[in-house]
Ligand binder design. Structure first.
Ligand code: DQA
Length: 149
């Protein structure tokens, strides 16, 4: 059975659409889920999108992905800038990892400039809004198809 692409979202991303729309836009996380599913379908892949406001839950899901998912796309939200635990968990995952940020973290406050997760990510997409998730799906699908050819 084909393994799905797991799309993880960290704290406050459940508020997408209502949260600082001048920075994060008006689309919701459900809209993002739809875009990811549609993009993956073009490549014959499937996606499952999850969101948590809790660091440990994200770590548990990354552990689960080791056996159950082909690739991980992650927007760790604020945990990008603080979480060695999420980086350590991702370092145990063998498939492709893409990191997404809706905003351009490098053009914002200095504390957002470093992401621990970028140390493991195969691709990092910033500042493209929700479209960035679609680009990340395309990228991991390309990696997955390279892996079977
Ligand atoms: C974010 C950027 C982070 O700095 C912030 O804490 C978020 C969202 C983004 O998608 O632009 O929660 O990851």
């Amino acid at each position: 059975m084909a393994k799905t692409i797991l799309i993880l979202n960290g704290p406050n991303l459940n508020m997408l659409g209502a949260r600082q729309p001048e920075i994060y836009g008006s689309e919701t996380l459900d809209d993002v889920a739809g875009l990811c599913a549609e993009t993956a379908a073009i490549f014959g892949q499937e996606t499952e999108l999850r969101q948590s406001n809790h660091e440990g839950e994200l770590v548990d899901w990354i552990h689960e992905a080791r056996d159950s998912f082909a690739a991980i796309i992650i927007n760790p939200g604020a945990y990008s800038h603080t979480s060695v635990a999420i980086l350590d968990a991702l370092n145990m995952f063998e498939g492709p990892v893409a990191e997404v940020h809706l905003s351009n973290i490098h053009a914002r406050e200095e504390f957002r400039h470093n992401s621990y997760v970028s140390g493991r990510a195969d691709a990092v997409i910033v500042g493209c809004g929700p479209a960035g998730y679609g680009f990340a799906v395309e990228q991991v699908c390309a990696c997955l198809s390279d892996a079977v050819t």
